[in-house]
Design a protein around this ligand. Structure first.
Ligand SMILES: Cc1ncc(COP(=O)(O)O)c(C=O)c1O
Length: 398
């Protein structure tokens, strides 16, 4: 049958949301502009200069001189899978520190590879105790890899990494870290913390759309991939092949997502123009205001303050209040997206993300004001203006 006209679009224009969920967060206008550049070949010598610049900027953001840095095609899960697939061979032992939803995703992926997976589970909502890793490592010889997540987005906990790294190295294991939610919003010190493989994502604190997974790979980790007995089962996510394209050799691997790499270059430039320290301070300032506002509304936060992440704040949904209805009202009436709970926190928490371009004081105040109007309609009384007032005091340094 010949179609004569286009089907009518139900959503011809993307609505301008305030993205305060777990990601994607807002993309910087300069980043979106960069994506509109001319198309260029992914082996063009001029594009190679751009890739060199991206690697160099990534080194600064990952705080590494030692590791090679590149951006894998795919989202944060691609970085996770590339690491596990390239660093683990069947029957290799991987000890996994588990304290949230994304940690469990790692267990699932490693299991599919036929690795000997040793998950150590700690309660959700707090940091993982290093002593648990210390005890477990005593039970194993030849541990190939220890894994941890720096910023567990499901629980809002910032995991200290130095002790876990020290223990992994004491057992001659590689140390792999997920920095999907922390890179660009919190310090991620790959060299100082002796991380062998660290991966992130573009759509959270780097102010870009989803689509790339920036990674840092230590010389030891790269040697380990290159000296495997068998090649990794994933050709696309083979870190050695990807490193050959990003490194000196520039060996063709796959058609690189040129526009996303241009976006990332601009996003990284913006991060470094602001300055890492100032950027971390901005994330902290806005989160302090959010926490003060939520608490003034009588809402309870999941993570204890000393272990809280600045990027994402899960808080308990008050008794009797409808999860979906409230998030729906925020979206339809106020254009604000917040996140729902995952895994064992599903239906129990809401999650507010203040990441990268979405970490702004005006968004904090807009969200609190919207909650002040919505929650009483759900039968949860709040002091009118209490949240906005507390957040404003916090922002003013009070
Ligand atoms: C900590 C963490 N790791 C991994 C992922 C998976 O990343 P992506 O959704 O970009 O594949 C997420 C996503 O939110 C995350 O928060």
């Amino acid at each position: 049958m010949t179609q004569t006209s286009l089907p009518e679009s139900k959503m011809p224009v993307v609505p301008p949301r305030v993205l305060l969920g777990p990601g994607p967060s807002a993309a910087h206008p300069r980043v979106l502009q960069a994506m509109m550049s001319n198309m260029i070949g992914y082996l063009d010598p001029d594009f190679m200069l751009i890739m060199d610049e991206v690697s160099e900027l990534l080194k600064r953001v990952f705080q590494t001189d030692e590791s090679i840095t590149l951006a894998l095609s795919g989202t944060g899960s691609a970085g996770m899978e590339a690491g596990l697939n390239s660093l683990l061979e069947p029957d290799d032992t991987v000890v996994m520190c588990i304290y949230g939803f994304f940690c469990e995703r790692m267990v699932e992926m490693a299991g599919r590879l036929g690795a000997n997976v040793v998950p150590i589970r700690a309660p959700w909502g707090g940091p993982f105790p290093a002593e648990m890793l210390e005890e477990e490592l005593k039970n194993h010889r030849n541990v190939k890899l220890v894994t941890a997540i720096h910023a567990e987005t499901s629980t809002g906990v910032r995991q200290p990494l130095e002790d876990l790294s020290r223990l992994a190295k004491a057992h001659d294991a590689l140390f792999m870290v997920d920095a999907v939610t922390s890179l660009g919003g919190n310090e991620v010190a790959v060299d100082d913390w002796d991380i062998d493989y660290c991966y992130s994502a573009t759509q959270k604190c780097l102010g870009c759309p989803p689509g790339l997974s920036p990674v840092a790979l230590s010389p030891r980790a790269l040697d380990s991939v290159k000296s495997r007995a068998k090649k990794p089962t994933s050709w696309y996510l083979d870190l050695a092949l990807n490193a050959n394209y990003w490194g000196f050799d520039r060996v063709y691997h796959h058609t690189a997502p040129v526009s996303m790499i241009l976006a990332l270059r601009e996003g990284l430039r913006i991060v470094l123009e602001e300055g890492l320290e100032e950027r971390f301070a901005r994330h902290h300032r806005n989160s302090l205001a959010l926490w003060a506002g939520l608490e003034a509304l009588g809402l309870d936060l999941v993570a204890p303050e000393e272990h809280r992440l600045d990027q994402i704040t899960p808080f308990w949904i008050p008794e009797g209040v409808d999860d979906d209805r409230v998030r729906g009202m925020l979206l339809r009436e106020y254009n604000i997206e917040i996140g729902k709970g995952l895994g064992e926190f599903a239906g129990k928490v809401w999650r507010v993300g203040l990441m990268g371009e979405s970490s702004k004081s005006e968004y904090v105040l807009a969200l609190l004001s919207a909650l002040e109007s919505i929650l009483p309609r759900e039968g949860f009384e709040v002091g009118p203006g209490a949240g906005v007032a507390a957040a404003s005091r916090s922002l003013a340094g009070g």
